[in-house]
Design a protein around this ligand. Structure first.
Ligand SMILES: C[S@@+](CC[C@H](N)C(=O)[O-])C[C@H]1O[C@@H](n2cnc3c(N)ncnc32)[C@H](O)[C@@H]1O
Length: 215
């Protein structure tokens, strides 16, 4: 298990990124974000309760259907401040709460969400498996965990590109080499979830949409 990511370092990095995050990453991550939101909406139907973990500046919030209720959590207070501003700016009525919380230890009751969404987060936490355990804990039976994330290439030109990009990625608290088998192995060992989808996000396939069903 990589112990190379420390929470304080990640929080410090995102405090610096908060003012320019949307400008730098808004477009790059948009296809993955839309795919995750569509998957979440389909999984919970109308009137669902969705937890967006690592909600950041709340860039996704206006895209959720107004008939679903959203709770957002993030480690970074400066990122969440941006999310609060966005809620006000867009007049969003379906945002139940935005709170500072560690994804690995959330002050939320068991089985309280139809869907847990984590967009570009699971490789930024110190212990992805324990964090996924926490996602499963707060998901209702029959609900879904929806991840969108970079998954490391195993070979070829994408591997080379990612190898060159790795130093910057590590400074953002990402693990550019993160293998898919960590996620599939987690699901197998957990016992209370089933992997139901892994789909590359176009155009380049650097990111994947991954869905787990809570049993
Ligand atoms: C790459 S950003 C993604 C933000 C947003 N989901 C998006 O799609 O743009 C990663 C976010 O995860 C948050 N984060 C990192 N580690 C976390 C943790 N342990 N608990 C909660 N949030 C965390 C960061 O503060 C940051 O806002």
């Amino acid at each position: 298990m990589a112990a190379d990511i420390d929470k304080a370092g990640v929080a410090k990095a995102y405090a610096r990124w908060a003012p320019i995050y949307d400008f730098v990453f808004g477009k790059v991550f948009a296809p993955g974000r839309y795919a995750a939101i569509i998957a979440a909406e389909l999984a919970c139907g109308a009137g669902g309760r969705i937890l967006d973990v690592g909600v950041g500046t709340g860039i996704s919030l206006p895209d959720y259907a107004p008939h679903n209720t959203i709770v957002g959590v993030d480690l970074s207070e400066p990122m969440l401040r941006k999310a609060h501003e966005r809620v006000v700016e867009h007049g969003l009525q379906n945002i139940e709460a935005l709170s500072v919380m560690d994804a690995m230890n959330m002050a939320l009751p068991d089985g309280s969400f139809d869907v847990v969404v984590a967009q570009f987060v699971i490789t930024a936490v110190p212990n992805p498996e324990a964090t996924l355990d926490e996602f499963a804990r707060v998901t209702k039976p029959g609900g879904e965990i929806v991840l969108v994330n970079h998954i490391g290439a195993e070979s070829g030109p994408r591997w080379l590109f990612e190898f060159c990009f790795a130093p910057l990625a590590r400074r953002l608290g990402w693990r550019p080499e993160f293998p898919f088998k960590r996620l599939s192995a987690w699901a197998e060992h957990h016992g209370g979830v089933r992997l139901i989808e892994r789909r590359p996000i176009q155009p380049l396939g650097h990111f994947s949409l991954i869905r787990f069903k809570r049993l």
